[in-house]
Design a binder for this molecule. Structure first.
Ligand SMILES: C[S@@+](CC[C@H](N)C(=O)[O-])C[C@H]1O[C@@H](n2cnc3c(N)ncnc32)[C@H](O)[C@@H]1O
Length: 246
């Protein structure tokens, strides 16, 4: 589905169309298919960010703004800017933000993470949940985030990974390839979106292989922490302050 076939458009165009299509059902399916565990993962990421006390945070591929909302609730003077390709996802997010009276602290903008509409060094921290895997070019996308981070700023990435140990690896594969696409298709009415999920996760590097991509994008001191037997992983990388030679 996500080939660069010109009949179907670029991967970016296909991803945008797919998330625009599934936007009304996205939040429900997200929490239902993960049995609510995604909320625990998001809170873990946010706990790490809070420790740094940032003032301006960028939420890349913000979707329906779940990560931005958790951060805004926990850190009361933070300003968050969320960027996403899919206008329909942002529309769901804007309604949630408004109903929570967070519009003065969360701004949602349509845009591509590969060419962000922000000046260099605009944000203290950046975060992304389940976004980087969907980029046309993940290294270029992360390098673009690196550009808009201030020196010493950190990038927090939550992404799916594949558990490798028996019996979780086998059980999860069965769920991921057989059960999840079936329920996803039935509820969202979208034929491909929930087949794309296991396909894209299985094809995407995780652990140290993903850390190498972060380093290629310019991040240093990269660390990762596996969650829930390796079903998801949090990665953190830093933009070092370059001190001119004396
Ligand atoms: C799986 S959803 C994750 C949404 C949200 N971060 C969350 O945790 O629920 C992936 C999101 O990434 C967005 N996306 C994918 N590629 C993008 C890009 N190049 N620039 C901006 N957003 C992108 C999609 O539109 C979609 O909303």
């Amino acid at each position: 589905m996500m080939s660069n076939n010109s009949n179907q458009g670029s991967k970016t165009q296909q991803v945008e169309a797919m998330f625009n299509d599934i936007a009304p059902k996205y939040d429900f399916l997200n929490h239902f298919l993960s049995l609510g565990i995604d909320k625990i993962w998001r809170r873990k990421v946010i706990r790490k960010i809070i420790a740094e006390k940032p003032s301006d945070v960028l939420d890349i591929a913000t979707g329906t703004a779940d990560l931005a909302i958790v951060l805004a609730k926990k850190l009361l003077d933070v300003k968050i800017t969320g960027v996403d390709l899919a206008e329909n996802m942002l529309e769901v997010g804007r309604k949630k933000v408004e109903s929570l009276n967070l519009s003065n602290r969360i701004t949602l903008k349509q845009g591509d993470s590969l060419s962000l509409p922000f000046a260099d060094e605009s944000f203290d921290s950046a975060m992304v949940a389940f976004g980087v895997r969907n980029f046309e070019n993940p290294v270029a996308g992360m390098a673009e985030t690196h550009r808009v981070l201030r020196p010493n700023g950190k990038y927090y990435i939550l992404e799916f990974s594949m558990p490798r140990r028996f019996p979780m690896a086998q059980l999860y594969r069965f769920y991921f390839w057989a059960i999840l696409p079936l329920i996803g298709r039935m509820v969202s009415g979208h034929k491909k979106a929930y087949t794309y999920l296991p396909e894209s996760v299985s094809a995407f590097p995780d652990g140290l292989n993903f850390v190498r991509l972060m380093e290629e994008a310019g991040f240093t001191s990269c660390k990762y922490q596996k969650l829930s037997f390796g079903i998801a992983t949090i990665y953190v990388g830093e933009k070092i302050k370059v001190t001119p030679n004396a």
